[in-house]
Write a new protein. Structure first.
Length: 69
């Protein structure tokens, strides 16, 4: 008996992974929330967020000196 529902092939992460190997966030607020959560888990950790020029998503970084606005 044939299937009625077609399987949906999701590949958004694979497409973004071609550009960047880091975890990406849709907007600055989502990235900042993730950074704050990680800093709460490890009090010695200091993270910043930046928008990537390659994939146009937001990433976290430990290096606060290399962030270009």
């Amino acid at each position: 008996m044939p299937r009625k529902n077609k399987t949906i092939q999701h590949q958004p992460y694979l497409i973004n992974q071609l550009f960047c190997s880091k975890r990406n966030y849709k907007n600055e607020k989502e990235a900042q929330n993730a950074a704050e959560l990680q800093m709460l888990k490890d009090m010695n950790l200091e993270l910043s967020v930046y928008k990537c020029n390659l994939c146009k998503y937001w990433h976290l970084t430990r290096n606060t000196k290399s962030i270009r606005q």
